[in-house]
Ligand binder design. Sequence first.
Ligand SMILES: Cc1ncc(COP(=O)(O)O)c(C=O)c1O
Length: 457
Amino acid sequence: MTNILKKFPNDPLPPTVAKADGPYIYLKDGTKYLDATSGWTSYATLGFSHPKIIEAIKKQMSKFTHVDYNIWNNPMIEDLANKIINYSTNGLDQIYFGGTSGSDSVEAAMKLSYQIHHDSGKKNKKNYIARIESFSGATLQGMSVSDLPPLKIFDPLMPSNVVRVSQHNPYTDCLYNSKTRSCECGKDSTKCMGLLKNESIEEYIDRNIKEIEEAILNIGPDNLCAFVGETQLGSLIGDIPAAKGYWEKIGQLAKKYNFHIILDEVYCGMGRSGKLFSYSWDNFSPDFVCIAKNMTSGHVPLSAIVTKSKFQDIIANGSGRIQIGHTFQGHSLGIAACTALMNIIEEENLLKRINIKGEYMRKILKTELDVNPFYKNIRGRGYIFSLEHKCSNNHLFGLQLHKKMKEDYKIIINSKWHRTSFVPPFILNDNQIDLILEKFIFSFKYLSNNWNSYKNK
Ligand SMILES: Cc1ncc(COP(=O)(O)O)c(C=O)c1O
């Protein structure tokens, strides 16, 4: 009997961690793992227990641990805002330090977007457009723009102000149904959400955009608040950046029909894509960009929304205040940790390294595995990319890859469903990168060569 309400009551307790340091996890029994996933859900971008982040937190603690965001000024916040905005593109010039998690940042952006329409006299703009196969958080409104199989049981509770459109996935020629994870389109061009055979990328984007425009017209532009989506679709569909032109065209629709673009960069932002903001790969101007788990490398919870100062004027002349808030928003220790993280990214020129090393990893994987019958493709940017498998049981193949890497080489990778998702910590050195590549390629070849003895396990 335990006093902990367990998330997985049928499972044994997971192993006890004694220490986590850099990219390594040390168990109580002495086992040492190289964690190539940045903490499994990809937050430990600079590894665990980074000495400079710890030092910054300690320094802050010696002054104060947290002071209320509403009634006291902490100058560190302004300093951090400057550092982050320095990297923004296309007119995003302010940050709202809204909370402590990715879920609350997406939820807050959705509410903020509505408040801005409300304060502009457009109170009916209360509907959102989201995409299938997305994940944007565990709050009710966050779940309403998500499409994750375990969330299905909450359908009866879901707000009804969200319309779903297709994912944007040129790497599949079929729709992954989120329940069955199989194709149901029958290659019908009106239903297929992937790239059809004989369709150009431009035609595919136009088909996506047409579907979005139809949704806008069905909802009615006067009733539409925002389009909500991950800038780069995440691990659920396997780390797929949008094809060039997709976001630009959504930007044009946003101008034409006066709705906001809310981007979820909880997973793909803060440098992971090789630019601080993933949206900066495309030439368009979103209205809200949500960031969270990558802000402090997991040392202290913190979240924020990057946005535009023109909205502050609307709020100032309307409600006079942002109507939502949280006790620990702009948490002083989180601000100190994120400031240290930004300094490290700058001082160590990590964005350049992420681009070079990410490209290197994809090149080696492709060169070594391209001819393997179980290899389908590799796609992504920087340190957020996926290698897609194809075999008689994709999910089992992924699980076996994970198991082999963990048990034989003490390396943790995120391999399941149809892909291995690579989200390594930015601090990996060349030897660690090469070790991950060598063991992964060997395991992939070994399992594919011996699949007959694994496939019924
Ligand atoms: C893309 C995306 N959005 C939102 C969230 C929710 O963030 P949190 O778990 O910090 O609430 C996640 C978490 O994995 C995510 O990957």
